[in-house]
Structures are given as structure tokens and as C-alpha cells.
Design a protein around this ligand. Structure first.
Ligand code: ITT
Length: 190
């Protein structure tokens, strides 16, 4: 089954297809013109906004992922604004490390809210996956994307950017959320 995945972030699309590779579900990009206004106040709201926009555009049920990095000693920032924290990913990491300089508590979590929405706006399923860890002093590694070079998950001593794809996907916020979505899909006829 092909399912529209409501994103413009090709890294997310690659990850969900890798996670779903043995499930019989293949995720595809929404049609051209997908440009939702992410003006929600929560991951849940933005996830719904994206999924509904893609479902309307494609005429088919769509799944969205709204995700971000929440840092304890920054009161949850960058959070909802993770993709907009600075103009480039390198600058976003630089800003994060600067805001954290001198702070002892570097605990953080990645959050991923996934929502499955029909073209008429009905939410069929919504779930949130979390990956707990902490922020390093400097970037390390080249795999993954986003803040992966500065995030070490609990029970590991390397950043996500030093992990292979299957290790990341087995513990990530996105992997945790998507496995629940796939479980739901396996019991439902869309
Ligand atoms: P779409 O809205 O088109 O899906 P986006 O990248 O703008 O793409 P979000 O609004 O959900 O997506 O922002 C998520 C940001 O959080 C993302 O750009 C990264 O900076 C960060 N992020 C999310 N998941 C991540 C991961 O697995 N590893 C590293 N950073 C991640």
C-alpha cells in the first residue's frame, strides 16, 4: 500500500521508508504545492495541520510527522521551532550549544507526533514517540540529519550521527511513533 507522507523533509521520508520496509507500506511525497502553514501551538496540532493539508491535496488519507528537540534547561526549546531556530542546520546547532554553554543539565528529548488524517479532516490515529538523551559539548558524526550530531541517547555513548540507520531507527522518536502507526494500519482497511 502506498501512503502519502506529509513532509518536505526528504530525510524523514527516507527514515520512515527504511523503518517500514517489511510492513507492506510505502510512503510517498505529497503532490506539488504542499506548503502547510505550521501555526499550531503543539506538535499534535502541527502534525494534524500537515496531514490534513496533504490529504486534501492528494485526495487520500495522509500521515504527518511533526517533530523536534526539547531541552530541559531551555524550558523545552527549540521544541516546536526546531526547524526554524536559525537559518541553517549548522547555525541551529551552534545556537543550541551557545545557549547551553555553562549549563550542567544537558538533558533533552526528541519528540515525534504522527497523525493519520482523511481528506475530510478526520483523525484516524495519532501517537507520539520519544527518545530521551542529552546534548554533547560539540558535534560528532555525519549520519542522520538535524540535531543528530549533538544528541546522545540514554544507554549509549555515541551521538545518533555516529550510529548506523538501523540502530537509530530502533530507538528513535520517529521509529517509536511509526511502529505504532504501522500496528494500527495492520488492523485497518483505509
Ligand atoms: P516538514 O515540516 O516538511 O515535515 P521539517 O524539517 O520542517 O519538515 P518539523 O517542522 O517537524 O519538520 O521540524 C523538525 C525539526 O526537528 C527538523 O528539521 C530537525 O531540525 C529536528 N529533528 C526532527 N527529527 C530529528 C531527527 O531524527 N534527528 C535530528 N533532528 C531532528
Amino acid at each position: 500500500m502506498k501512503l502519502v507522507f506529509a513532509t518536505n523533509n526528504i530525510n524523514k521520508l527516507k527514515e520512515v521508508n527504511e523503518i517500514a520496509k517489511n510492513s507492506g507500506v510505502e510512503f510517498i511525497l505529497p503532490p506539488d504545492g504542499f506548503n502547510p502553514e505550521e501555526n499550531g501551538q503543539t506538535f499534535e496540532e502541527n502534525s494534524y495541520i500537515k496531514a490534513y493539508e496533504a490529504a486534501k491535496l492528494s485526495g487520500q488519507t495522509a500521515l504527518a510527522d511533526d517533530s523536534g528537540l526539547c531541552v530541559d534547561s531551555l524550558n523545552g526549546a527549540p521544541g516546536l521551532y526546531s526547524a526554524r531556530y536559525a537559518p541553517t542546520q549548522q547555525q541551529r546547532i551552534e545556537r543550541l550549544l551557545k545557549e547551553l554553554s555553562g549549563k550542567d543539565n544537558r538533558n533533552a528529548k526528541f519528540v515525534c507526533c504522527m497523525t493519520l488524517v482523511t481528506p475530510d479532516g478526520e483523525t484516524l490515529f495519532q501517537t507520539t514517540g520519544i527518545c530521551n538523551g542529552h546534548i554533547t559539548d560539540k558535534p560528532d558524526g555525519v549520519n542522520g540529519f538535524g540535531y543528530d550530531p549533538v544528541f546522545i541517547p540514554d544507554n549509549y555513548n555515541i551521538t545518533i550521527a555516529r550510529m548506523d540507520d538501523s540502530t537509530k531507527n530502533s530507538i528513535s522518536h520517529r521509529g517509536n511513533a511509526l511502529r505504532q502507526v504501522l500496528e494500527f494500519l495492520s488492523t485497518t482497511n483505509l
